[in-house]
Design a protein. Structure first.
Length: 225
């Protein structure tokens, strides 16, 4: 409720400015240092009904400047069938597929999660030399037994689901354990189109991974966040 009852502590949400603040007790106008032009920190106010009304008028006229920070963690993989690969990855990660203007025929698998997970799927025929920003089709084959890979996690990526989807597509995938016994981590390692390696993990596997690397960094004399 937005109606004020004196002497009763409560949290009031002002929908005009989108900031919660505490109304408690009675008697005083808000402190000037709590109301700065262009910025509002959640203040602790004491006021009566009139002061509450007056404060709402002030707050409703303030402009609150918010800065949205967007993370972007992405990598690119080649695919003989970009549309199929992108669709499968989107299914596993709970993501969506977005057309990409560059290079032609490429797609983006965008998860929209807090980590900024984004996978670009490029046509496998694309090649670009050093300093060349415009990839062009080439007859060069993909390298055989390519060991380099990406690692991606998602709460939607249940291990059994990942294995089942890879099996459905006819792609090799397996559950593996990395690191020393009892102190390492599990993951699902799959080969997209039986060519490009990717490691996919769900929440529990990610927690194992984070614990492992916190220990590794700690023993190396650093700090893992």
């Amino acid at each position: 409720s937005l109606f004020f009852t004196p002497y009763r502590p409560r949290t009031i949400w002002n929908f005009r400015i989108g900031v919660p603040f505490l109304i408690q007790g009675r008697g005083f106008l808000p402190r000037p240092d709590r109301l700065r032009r262009g910025f509002l920190s959640p203040p602790s106010l004491t006021c009566n009904s009139f002061t509450y009304w007056y404060t709402i008028q002030i707050l409703g006229r303030l402009r609150i400047k918010e800065k949205t920070v967007m993370k972007i963690h992405h990598f690119t993989i080649p695919a003989r069938d970009p549309e199929r690969v992108a669709r499968v990855l989107a299914e596993l990660l709970g993501a969506r597929v977005i057309p990409s203007p560059h290079p032609q025929g490429s797609l983006v698998v965008y998860a929209g999660d807090a980590d900024g997970t984004c996978i670009e799927v490029w046509p496998a025929v694309m090649r670009a030399g050093v300093g060349n920003h415009d990839p062009v089709p080439s007859e060069l084959p993909l390298p055989p037994e390519w060991p380099h890979h990406g690692y991606v996690t998602s709460d939607a990526a249940e291990p059994e689901k990942v294995l089942a989807v890879f099996a459905r597509e006819g792609w090799k995938a397996e559950k593996v354990y990395n690191g020393p016994p009892g102190a390492g981590f599990e993951l699902i390692r799959g080969w997209i189109e039986n060519q490009i390696t990717i490691e996919i993990c769900g929440r529990e596997m990610r927690e194992q991974y984070e614990r492992f690397f916190r220990d590794v960094v700690s023993h190396a004399g650093g700090t893992a966040r």
